[in-house]
Design a binder for this molecule. Structure first.
Ligand code: ADP
Length: 422
C-alpha cells in the first residue's frame, strides 16, 4: 500500500479513486473509518470516504484522525487529505482544522494545499480560486446552502481556519517546474509557514507540483493534485506496471438500475432507457410509504429480472418533487424515497441482481448503507467520474456503479451494462 487518502465526502472520494486508477494505481474506496480488524485490501491506494465536510469540526477531526491511524497501520507511505475543488468550507472549517490535526499527527510541520482541477475548470492564480473563469465568490458558490464561499483568496481563507500560517507558491514559480516548486515549499516551511497554497492552471502544473511533493508526508487538495503522485511511486520503483489497474473479476447475475436522482441528466437518461428497457416508476405521492412502494416495485420486477436490465425510478420532474415535498416536508420526502429505493435495491439483490447502477448521490449513500457495503474496488470508468466498482461487505459481492445526479451521457444506463459484456 503506497497512498492512504482521507476524503471529506463520498462522491469526492470516488473522483480521487478514478484519478489514481487512471494513473496506474489499483485503488479501493472504503466507506467510513474501517474497523481495526478489517483485512487490508491488496492494492496500491486506499481512499477512506468520510461525510466530514459539513460535520461539526470536532467530529470531522476525530474521524479523520481515526482514518489516518488505520491507514498508517495498513502501511501507507504517503497521506492525502481530499477536499472539494471549490474548497467547500466555512470560517470554522473543516479544511483547516482537519489539516492541522493531520499535520500534527504526522509531525510533518508543513503541507501544500491545492484544490485546482483544470479539467473541471478549477484553477488557482495568485492564491485565488477561479471556477469556470469566475472568482470563487462570484461563481455561485457564494450562495451554497451549507458552505457559502465569499472569499476567493485561499491564503486568507485557510489562514482563518488554521492555527498555522499560510504562504503562497505563485504561478511564476510553479511554471518553472518541480525543482523550483520544491525549493519554494522548503523555503516557506523554513520560514515557519504551515501551508502553501500552490497556484496551478494546467495539468502540467499539477504533475510538477505532485513531483515536487514526492517526499511530503501529507498532501492536501482536490483530486486534480493526485495526478502527479502515481508517477512518483513509479520513479521510486514502488509501483509496478501490473496490467490494467481497473481490472475487476467477472460477476455473474442479473442487471438493474435504481434511480432516486431528479437531476436533469438523470431524467434524460431515464427517458432514453424507457425506449429500450422495462421501467417502473414509483409514485410516492399516491403511496407515501417506503415498504409499500418497495413491495409494488419488487412485485413488478420479479418476473422481469434476468433478461434485460430492469429500471426502477423514483425520479420525477420538479413539479412532482415539489408536490411531495409540500405534502411531507423536504427532508421527510427525501428520506421516504431514499428508504424505498434502498429497500428495492436490497430486494433486487435477494432476487439475483448482481450488477446495479444507482443514480443519485444521497440515494447511493442510502443504498450502500442498506446493502452493508464496506469497500468499493474501483474499475473502469463508464463515463467520466463514474466507474464500475466491485462492492464487498456483509452480503454477496456486487458490481455497483454509483452515479452522481448530473453525471453521464444520455445512454448511460444501457452503456453501463454493455461495458460489462464480453
Ligand atoms: P442527485 O445526485 O441528483 O442530487 P440525490 O440522490 O443526491 O440525487 O438526491 C435526490 C433526492 O431527491 C433524494 O433525497 C431522493 O430521495 C429525493 N427524491 C427522489 N425522487 C423524489 C420524488 N419523486 N419526490 C421527492 N423527492 C424525491
Amino acid at each position: 500500500m503506497l497512498l492512504g487518502a482521507i476524503a471529506d465526502d463520498f462522491t469526492g472520494a470516488t473522483d480521487l479513486c478514478s484519478m489514481l486508477v487512471r494513473g496506474g494505481m489499483r485503488t479501493v474506496q472504503l466507506i467510513g473509518v474501517p474497523p481495526a480488524d478489517m483485512p487490508i485490501p491488496d492494492v496500491d491506494a486506499i481512499v477512506v470516504a468520510l461525510k466530514s465536510r459539513t460535520a461539526p469540526a470536532r467530529q470531522a477531526i476525530d474521524e479523520s484522525l481515526a482514518a489516518l491511524k488505520w491507514l498508517q497501520a495498513a502501511g501507507a507511505r504517503q497521506f492525502f487529505f481530499k477536499y472539494c475543488s471549490t474548497f467547500d468550507s466555512t470560517p470554522h472549517g473543516n479544511i483547516g482544522p482537519v489539516a492541522d490535526a493531520l499535520v500534527n499527527a504526522l509531525d510533518c510541520g508543513f503541507a501544500l494545499a491545492c484544490p485546482a482541477f483544470p479539467t473541471n475548470a478549477r484553477t488557482v492564480y495568485q492564491g485565488h480560486l477561479f471556477v469556470a473563469g469566475s472568482l470563487l465568490n462570484e461563481s455561485g458558490m457564494e450562495n451554497h446552502p451549507l458552505t457559502p464561499m465569499t472569499d476567493a483568496n485561499l491564503v486568507r481563507v485557510l489562514s482563518h481556519q488554521s492555527e498555522g500560517t499560510v504562504g503562497l507558491v505563485p504561478f511564476v514559480t510553479v511554471d518553472r517546474g518541480a525543482n523550483a516548486i520544491r525549493d519554494a515549499m522548503t523555503e516557506l516551511k523554513e520560514r515557519g509557514r504551515r501551508y502553501a497554497i500552490v497556484d496551478a492552471i494546467t495539468d502540467a502544473h499539477l504533475v510538477a507540483i505532485g513531483e515536487a511533493a514526492a517526499n511530503h508526508a501529507l498532501i492536501t487538495g482536490g483530486s486534480g493534485i493526485a495526478m502527479g503522485l502515481p508517477g512518483n511511486f513509479r520513479r521510486a520503483g514502488l509501483l509496478a506496471d501490473a496490467g490494467d489497474p481497473g481490472a475487476l473479476p467477472r460477476i455473474d447475475g442479473a442487471c438493474a438500475v435504481v434511480a432516486g436522482s431528479c437531476s436533469r441528466a438523470t431524467l434524460a437518461q431515464l427517458g432514453f432507457a424507457r425506449l429500450h428497457l422495462p421501467v417502473f416508476e414509483l409514485d410516492a405521492l399516491t403511496t407515501p410509504d417506503a415498504v409499500a412502494l418497495s413491495e409494488a416495485a419488487l412485485a413488478w420486477a420479479s418476473d422481469k429480472i434476468g433478461d434485460k436490465p430492469v429500471v426502477i425510478a423514483a425520479s420525477a420532474p420538479p413539479e412532482k418533487v415539489a408536490a411531495l415535498q409540500e405534502r411531507l416536508g423536504r427532508e421527510q420526502a427525501g428520506a421516504l424515497v431514499e428508504e424505498a429505493v434502498a429497500l428495492i435495491a436490497e430486494g433486487l439483490v435477494a432476487r439475483g441482481v448482481r450488477k446495479m447502477v444507482v443514480a443519485g448521490g444521497e440515494t447511493s449513500g442510502a443504498v450502500v448503507g442498506r446493502l452493508g457495503v464496506r469497500s468499493l474496488r474501483i474499475g473502469a470508468e463508464i463515463d467520466p467520474g463514474v466507474p464500475w466498482t466491485l462492492a464487498s461487505g456483509s452480503g454477496a459481492d456486487l458490481m455497483l456503479a454509483l452515479k452522481s445526479g448530473n453525471f453521464g451521457a444520455t445512454d448511460f444506463f444501457l452503456k453501463a451494462f454493455r461495458g460489462l459484456e464480453g
